[in-house]
Ligand binder design. Structure first.
Ligand code: GLN
Length: 249
């Protein structure tokens, strides 16, 4: 079975090795005899509802975000429809911000977003940089996520919106709320770079299983467990660095 991935703006939004998330999904799929079919979706190119099982958008500097934001906003309805039909959406940092309503940069320019996630982002003076550790719960199981953040944006979730996790160490969405990221159905938005998925293989598998459910129209399958020795070590090292850094500083 082929899992169809739409990679939004790979030439503009790809910093801190965010492209590596696609490589991890492809490798973990292949280890289960599955194939990932990745299509780049650029400016002026369509997001066809039903055409992808997973849509991915990485991070980028304000300059690159400004170049794609009007196009991302125009794609908002199609991304929202894909999500409503059960496709998976993963947005990292700058991509996460532009899945929301807007990102206002530190000069006051408002970059329009897709309006898919219930949030908006305002850039602050001081960048929030460093290793991050989150506690979260997926399908009722307690989990941790470890990664690296580097953003000026302070993301405010709407009242009642679901964060991805609670910040154990690091800044997270805004350095104040104590939460990081956002979840909405099969959509996940996060500030965690690194890239995110090599050090958090359980999330890669969750995304793959949800994408397979979209592809088959059935339930998310139980994927065969993988050894993940290196991945667990990478997670442990990243988590230890974050803990060493402590709270929101
Ligand atoms: N340019 C955005 C910010 O600074 C996002 C940065 C990123 O993707 N790492 O907040």
């Amino acid at each position: 079975m082929k899992i169809r991935v739409g990679h939004l703006y790979p030439d503009y939004l790809n910093i801190y090795a965010d492209r590596g998330n696609i490589a991890v999904l492809a490798r973990r799929a292949a280890l289960r005899g599955l194939e990932l079919e990745v299509t780049a979706i650029g400016i002026g190119e369509e997001v066809t509802a039903g055409g992808h099982d997973l849509l991915y958008v990485g991070g980028g500097q304000d300059r690159e975000q400004a170049l794609i934001a009007p196009d991302m906003a125009a794609k908002g309805p199609a991304i929202a429809e894909a999500l409503a039909r059960g496709a998976v959406v993963l947005g990292v940092c700058g991509g996460y911000q532009l899945l929301g309503r807007f990102y206002r940069d530190r000069y006051g320019s408002e970059l329009p977003g897709a309006g898919v996630l219930p949030l908006h982002t305002l850039a602050g003076e001081r960048r929030m940089i460093g290793d991050v550790l989150l506690e979260c719960s997926f399908d009722g199981s307690p989990r941790t996520l470890a990664g690296f953040e580097n953003h000026a944006g302070r993301t405010r979730l709407d009242a009642g919106a679901e964060p991805l996790g609670r910040v154990v160490a690091g800044f997270g969405n805004d350095g104040e709320s104590g939460f990081e990221g956002c979840r909405l159905g099969r959509a996940v938005g996060t500030y965690l770079h690194g890239p995110l998925l090599p050090r958090n293989p359980w999330l890669a598998d969750w995304l793959l299983a949800q994408a397979l459910a979209h592809r088959s129209g059935g339930e998310p399958p139980e994927l065969a467990p993988l050894a993940d020795e290196l991945e667990s070590q990478a997670h442990a090292v990243s988590a230890a660095r974050a803990r060493a850094r402590g709270g929101r500083s």
